[in-house]
Design a protein around this ligand. Sequence first.
Ligand SMILES: Cc1cc2nc3c(=O)[nH]c(=O)nc-3n(C[C@H](O)[C@H](O)[C@H](O)COP(=O)(O)OP(=O)(O)OC[C@H]3O[C@@H](n4cnc5c(N)ncnc54)[C@H](O)[C@@H]3O)c2cc1C
Length: 474
Amino acid sequence: QAAMEESTSRTTKKKLVAVVGGGLVGSLNACFFAKRGFDVEVFEIREDIRKAKVVRGRSINLALSHRGRQALKHVGIEEKIVSQGIPMQARMIHSLNGKQYPIPYGRKGQYILSVDRANLNKQLLTEADSYPNTKLNFDHKLQDWSTETGLMTFVRPDGSKVQIKADLIVGCDGAFSATRKQFLRRSRFNYSQTYIPHGYMELTMPPVNGEFAMKPNYLHIWPRNTFMMIALPNLDRTFTCTLFMPFEDFEKITTGDEVIKFFQKYFPDTIPLIGVDALKRDYFRLPAQAMVSVKCSPYHIDDKCVLMGDAAHAVVPFYGQGMNAGFEDCIVFDEMMEQFNEDFSAVLPEYSRVRVPDDHAIADLAMYNYIEMRAHVNSKWFLFRKHVDNLLHFLMPKTIIPLYTMVTFTRTRYHEAVQRWHWQNKVINRGLLMSVSGAVLGGSYLLIKSPPNITNLLIPGEKIWSRLTELRTS
Ligand SMILES: Cc1cc2nc3c(=O)[nH]c(=O)nc-3n(C[C@H](O)[C@H](O)[C@H](O)COP(=O)(O)OP(=O)(O)OC[C@H]3O[C@@H](n4cnc5c(N)ncnc54)[C@H](O)[C@@H]3O)c2cc1C
C-alpha cells in the first residue's frame, strides 16, 4: 500500500512504466523508457545480483552479435560491454579423430562476442539505476495484475504484498512469465510451448599455465550428430563447455567412470583439458537443464501491457539469438514510440503486428540450427555449400547474403532473412545443377563429336621419366 501511495503521488508529467523482470531485457528496456523521460520502476523477483554472493541463472556466458550491440549502442553502453567480451571469428570444429578446422562466421573482421551473462546483467542494472527517473525494486515477485485497472500485486520474501498501478506494464519476466498469465485467460491469444528432448550441462575448462587451454577467438564445437558440445571463452581464461544431449542419454551415465568412458569415446581431446577428476565431479554437480521454445501472439493487451524478450518468445539457444532478439525488441518498440508519438494505444498493436512474425521466424531458425550445428557441419555437402555461399557473397555482396550473416551481422528482419534464404537456396541449387548438367552435356557432346585418340592421351612411360629427370636436374 505504501508503494502504491508512493507511485501515485508522483508529480511528474510523464506516465509510469513498470518493467517486470530485471534480467537482461528488462534492465535494458528500463534504460530505453528512462531515456524517453518516463518514470520507470523495475520489479525483480531476485535480490540485487550486484550485491549477491552467488548469482543463480542460466548459461554462464552468451554470444552477443549485431542486433544486441545496436540496442546497447542506443543507450550508450555498447563499447563498455564490447570491451569486456571476447571476439569469436569462427566456429572451430573438433572432429572425432582430434582434427580441428575453422568455419568462419562471416567476412574477415566479422565476429560474435562471448560475454559474461552475470556481468552484462549487472552493468545493465547499473546503467538503468543511473537515470534519476528509474527505480529498481528487488525481491518483488509479480503475483498477478488486473487487465482492467493495471493494478499489479507483488509478493515480498517475508510474504507481505505490495500493490502498484502503472500506465504501462512491460513483461520482461522470462520464459515462464507471470505477466503472460493474464494473456492466457483471454480469447484469441495464441500460445504454444515446446520442450526439446535435449538438456544442457555446463562444465568448466580451466586455463593451462595461466593461458587459455584452446584457441580463444573461436566458438569450439564438437558435433556428434545426435548431440554436441560447445565451448565459449571467458575473460578469466577459462572456457565454459556446454554439453547438449537428449535427457535419456544424460541419465544413462550414472558413475564417474562412465563419464570418462563417454568422453573418451566422443570428446577425447577435452579430457586432459577439463581434467579427469573435474569431469567425474562436475557432471553430477547439477542435473541437465531443460530448454523450451515459446511462441505466442499477440504480445499486447490493449494499451496496458506488452511482452518482450523471453516472456514473448523463448527460443532454443542454437542460433545465439535469444538475448539478441530480446534486445532488438527494445529497439523496435522504441522506433514505434517515435513513430506514434508515444501513444500506447497505437504503439502496442503495431508492435505485435510487426514483431510477432520476426520472433516466430527466429524461433524456427533456432530449432533448425540445432540440427545444423550438431549434424550438418559434419557433411561435405554442407561445407561445400558454405564455400559457394561465401564466394557468391564476395562476388555479389548485395544479391547473395548467407543466412547466418543476415541473422547475426545485420538487422534484416528475421522473417525476411528466412524468405530471402529460401529464394537464394533455390537460385544457387538451380545454378549448381545447371553447371553440373552443362558440364556433363558439353563434355559428352565434345566426346561424341570428336572422340579422342586414346593413344595420344597416354604419355609413354619413358617420356614421363625423362621429364622428371629434367625437372630434378634443372
Ligand atoms: C544455455 C543457454 C544459452 C544461451 N545462449 C545465448 C546466446 O549465446 N546468445 C543469445 O542471444 N541468447 C542466448 N540465450 C538466450 C538468453 O539467455 C535469453 O534469451 C535471455 O536471457 C532473455 O532475457 P530476458 O530478460 O527476456 O529473460 P531472463 O533472462 O529469463 O530474465 C527474466 C527476469 O525476470 C525475473 N522474473 C521472473 N519471474 C518474475 C516475477 N514473477 N516477478 C518479477 N521478476 C521475475 C527473473 O528473475 C529474471 O531476472 C541462451 C539461453 C540458454 C538457456
